[in-house]
Design a protein. Structure first.
Length: 201
């Protein structure tokens, strides 16, 4: 096997590609941007920082992060593109494997969803971003986040300030949820939050 170049994550992805190709599976090493556990919402990376693999199995491409594929972290083995794009952005848009690829700016603004979120069968609906800036406070309607959730799954949410501190009820923040409608076999839960004051949350 030829020497695999790159940093350690690129080498890990390259090694996996060589391994599965030896077994007759088509593979592609991908380089791009990644969000990790503990990534600070609203921040960005200036240079590509990660590498992963696309595998073609029975005529369909699947995405795999061999470095972060860990049951403890809740990372799936083969991930659907519409979920993978929340944490991985390839330099070549075609490797998003989406009908309409996202821009890099849209990737950084996506809601902060971990693999465990998707493993629970949850799905964010609408254009929710990881950070929202409120121009006004309590005098406006509550901020609404819609999540499709399997029947029987209960959701809890908090309002956090830029330092990840919970904005408590004494400051005027209130949160509540309500089941709004069906979404296939799931319920659409509206999570509403009263924003106490102008600012970033």
């Amino acid at each position: 096997m030829e020497a695999i170049e790159g940093c350690w994550v690129e080498k890990a992805a390259g090694f996996l590609c060589a391994l599965v190709e030896a077994g007759g599976i088509q593979a592609q090493r991908i380089v791009g941007y990644g969000k990790w556990d503990g990534f600070d919402p609203g921040s960005v990376c200036q240079t590509p920082n990660h590498s992963w693999v696309a595998l073609r199995i029975q005529g369909m491409w699947w995405l795999l992060d061999c470095v972060r594929c860990n049951y403890v972290l809740g990372t799936q083995f083969l991930v659907r593109p519409e979920e993978f794009v929340y944490t991985h952005f390839p330099l070549e848009p075609r490797w998003q494997l989406l009908p309409e690829p996202l821009s890099l700016q849209s990737f950084w603004e996506l809601a902060q969803c971990t693999p465990s979120f998707f493993l629970a069968g949850l799905q964010v609906l609408g254009g929710t971003r990881s950070v929202e800036t409120a121009e006004t406070g309590l005098e406006v309607a509550p901020y609404t986040l819609e999540v499709a959730a399997p029947v029987g799954v209960l959701l809890h949410h908090d309002l956090l300030d830029p330092d990840d501190n919970t904005v408590v009820a004494q400051e005027g923040a209130t949160t509540f949820g309500m089941c709004d409608r069906s979404y296939g076999e799931k319920n659409v839960v509206k999570l509403l939050t009263a924003i106490p004051a102008p600012g970033t949350y």
